[in-house]
Structure formats: C-alpha cells, structure tokens
Design a protein. Structure first.
Ligand SMILES: [Zn+2]
Ligand SMILES: [Zn+2]
Length: 443
C-alpha cells in the first residue's frame, strides 16, 4: 500500500508541469458560467490524452461532461469546476478566477489521471470518473447534471476548493432556490398619460417591499437576497417589463421549500396590486450536504501525509504588492464541521453517494473571496502550490477508495444513515435547459 501511494505521488510530480500549464491557461480563459467552451474543451483534451473516454455530454447543460477510465465497480468520482466571475479580472475589470476554479478543475483532473494511471498499472478493477461541472458560480451546473442522472452509480465522490486554509472539509452549507421574477405591464408616457400605463417596475418594487416585511417572520437561519436585473431604461416611460433575481436560502431543502412558497406569494401579490402579469422561473435548487466522517478521516490521513503548501519570500512580496500583509495560513487545520451560510451545487451530488472535500491554502490572509485579489493569486505560484497539495490528497484518497473495500462499506453505511429520511427531488423540471445568469436559454 505504501509503495502504491508513493507511486501516486510520483505520478503527481510527473504531471506537475502539465497541470500548472492547464491551470494558467484556464485562468487566462476566465470564462463565465455557462460560457466555459474553451476551458471544458481543454479539460476534455487533457483527459482524452491521458486515456480517459468522454462518456457523456449534456445537451441541456452546456460545457458539462463525464470522462472515465477503468472498468467496473467501484466507481470513484471527482468533481471539476472551471467557471470565472465578473469583475474579478486585473484591477477588478472583466472576468477573472476570483474563486480559483482554474485551480479547482485542474487539480481534480490531474488527481483523476494520477489515480487511474496507478490503478491501471496495478491491474486494479474499478473506474475513475471525472465530472466536468460548469456554472458553479450561478449554482446551476451540478443541479441540472444531477437532474439528468449524472451522479447515479457512484461509490464515493471527492471534491475540493481553493481557500485561505488547509483542512478536510466535512461541513455543510445552506440549501438554496434561485428564481427570476418577470413582470409584464403596459407602457405609456410617464407624464402625458401615466394612468394608461401599468408599471412592471412597480411590481418589482412592491414585491421587494413585501419580502422585506416578510423577513421579520422567517426562521432566523434563512436568508433572502435579490437584485433588480432589469429595471427598465428611462424614467419618462412607464416600464412595460421589469425583472428581479432572488436567492432564498435555508438550513435544508424543506426550509427553502417552505420559505420559497411565501416569497412567491409576495410576487403574486405584487402582480395583483400593480395590475401586471407575472412569470416565475425557477432557475436552480441546491441542497445542503450531509457529513461523512468515515471519508473525512481517510482524507485527513492523506492530507497529513502530504502536508500543507509552503510559501516563499517571493510569494509574500507578491501579495504585498496586492496590498495584503504577506501572511499565509500554512499549518494544517483540524477537520472542519462548520455549517457555512453559503450554498454550493456540490450539495446536490452529496445525496447520491458519500462525498468528502478539502480546502487548501491558495491565497494569503486577508484575501476576500470573489475578488480580483484572489484571482491574481489563483494565477500565480501561490495558487499552484495549493493546487498541487489538493491534487495529491485527492489522488491518494481516490486510490484508497478504489482499493479499500472496508472504507467504502463504512462510508456507505454512514451515507445511508444520514440520508435515509430525505428523498432526493431534483426540483427543476425535466427538459428545462440550464440558465445563463437569471435567464433560461431557449432549448
Ligand atoms: Zn468556488
Ligand atoms: Zn465562488
């Protein structure tokens, strides 16, 4: 076993230059959610070059794919993401990898390659399956992939995320619904005959007021946020069309279902009051994530063996030029069981098979998430160092799962216990294409 693990680490070292190059290229592509054509094409090219077959693509989820290598059970999955964020490019202009998904996707891809390569060399049975997951930032990709059956038949699944700390992440986030509310009114001259018009923007505002009153009477762990994504163009025209975009969050799917019903009532009331027509679009539905202690402990052993990333004087100077102090959290932390306030579409995958993830330090202290400061580090040796640690830990854990029947059984027992009372409902109707931002593209 020890020898096999040493071989995996050697594989990772051999792949290092290629992995660094891919991370930098996806970093440069900086493609927004649902527009990751070049990033996903590059990912598929690399995987194909390393013996993976592109097993499936998803007509309703652009830039999503499944690549696999090996045969039969067990089937071990790894999740890759590669979408960028707006306003995270250099000097906060244009798209950039402000969440570090150029590192995320790359480490998962190369971990899958290293694990599959070693398994094949040892003639092991089993399949390594890499999931190319677009549009994490809009919380869409894995929700629609799950609806279309992507995550069936897995024995375990591994994930990670670039961070400011290095630790195994056995925590959870919130469940979430995302809606676009469109209102259709009647235009008129705003000064000449406003009485002939019916304002769609009024409807948006009435709905927001109603939801803001609702806040007092919703469970304290719930959150609602919105923007007005189309508030019309000129004050002297009664707006015939306006649109808002809402996120509703809660501890679990049931909490979100309950609160979403009440938010939708606010929308209906606003349409009634403003004499406009309402169209609701349910854009995405994320789940919270059950913990898996068995996998967390197994991954933590591998993390301890690999050790945290180490940063140099040049790294400290680099972040000082970005206005930061120049400190990094480079000690290993204990397994996290935190319940964060944010949401991830990773949650949806975790209801299909035991899932565990890790964080590695890819940014200095004081780096805000979703910022150009984080994006700059994601395309620097700092991010690459964190990425290499993640790739090694993922590859080692994938190998454990391929070879250790007892670990798989233990993880599965725990998974069954934690998920037995929840029936996974994809929520989003079959056949609905994945949305771009708050819009659903025509199929
Ligand atoms: Zn992210
Ligand atoms: Zn993000």
């Amino acid at each position: 076993m020890k020898k096999a693990k040493a071989e995996i680490l050697n594989q990772c070292r051999r792949l290092r230059r290629e992995a660094d190059d891919v991370a930098m290229r996806i970093g440069k592509f900086a493609e927004l959610s649902m527009r990751e054509e070049r990033s996903s094409t590059l990912a598929k090219e690399i995987l194909t070059r390393h013996g993976f077959a592109i097993e499936r693509e998803f007509p309703l989820v652009p830039n999503a794919f499944i690549a696999s290598r090996g045969t039969g059970r067990p089937v071990i999955g790894l999740l890759a993401e590669y979408d960028a964020l707006p306003d995270c490019g250099p000097k906060a202009k244009g798209p950039g990898h402000g969440c570090g998904h150029n590192l995320l996707g790359t480490a998962s891809i190369f971990a899958a390659i290293a694990a599959a390569e070693t398994a094949e060399a040892q003639k092991l049975r089993g399949t390594v399956r890499l999931f190319g997951c677009p549009a994490e930032e809009t919380l869409v990709g894995k929700v629609y992939m799950a609806r279309d059956g992507a995550f069936e038949g897995l024995d375990a699944v591994l994930a990670w995320h670039p961070s400011g700390v290095t630790r195994v992440n056995n925590g959870s986030g919130t469940a979430l619904d995302s809606y676009a509310f469109e209102f259709f009114g009647k235009t008129a001259h705003a000064a000449g005959d406003p009485h002939s018009g019916r304002s769609a923007l009024d409807a948006v505002e009435i709905m927001n007021v109603a939801v803001n009153f609702l806040r007092e009477h919703m469970p304290p762990s719930c959150r609602v946020h919105y923007i007005i994504s189309d508030g019309a163009n000129a004050p002297n025209v009664v707006p015939a069309y306006a649109r808002s975009w809402y996120f509703v969050r809660g501890e679990d799917r049931k909490a979100v279902d309950d609160l979403a019903k009440r938010v939708k009532n606010c929308a209906r009331a606003a349409a009634l009051a403003s004499e406009t027509r309402l169209k609701m679009r349910h854009l995405t539905a994320c789940y919270d994530r059950p913990a898996n202690d068995a996998l967390a402990e197994a991954m933590n052993e591998n993390l301890k063996a690999v050790g945290p990333p180490r940063f140099s004087k040049a790294d400290r100077e680099f972040v000082q030029r970005l206005g930061l102090e120049g400190k990094f959290k480079s000690k290993l932390q204990d397994i996290s069981t935190e319940r964060g306030a944010g949401s991830s579409d990773e949650g949806n995958v975790s209801w299909f098979a035991p899932l565990i993830g890790l964080n590695t330090t890819c940014a200095a202290d004081g780096t805000r998430g979703h910022s150009y400061i984080k994006a700059a580090q994601s395309r620097s040796p700092i991010g690459l160092k964190g990425m290499r640690v993640a790739a090694k830990v993922l590859a080692l854990t994938a190998y454990d799962l391929l070879t250790d029947r007892k670990l798989r059984a233990k993880a599965k027992r725990e998974f069954r216990r934690r998920t037995k009372d929840t029936e996974y409902d994809p929520v989003i109707p079959a056949g609905q294409p994945a949305p771009i931002g708050d819009l659903i593209p025509k199929p």
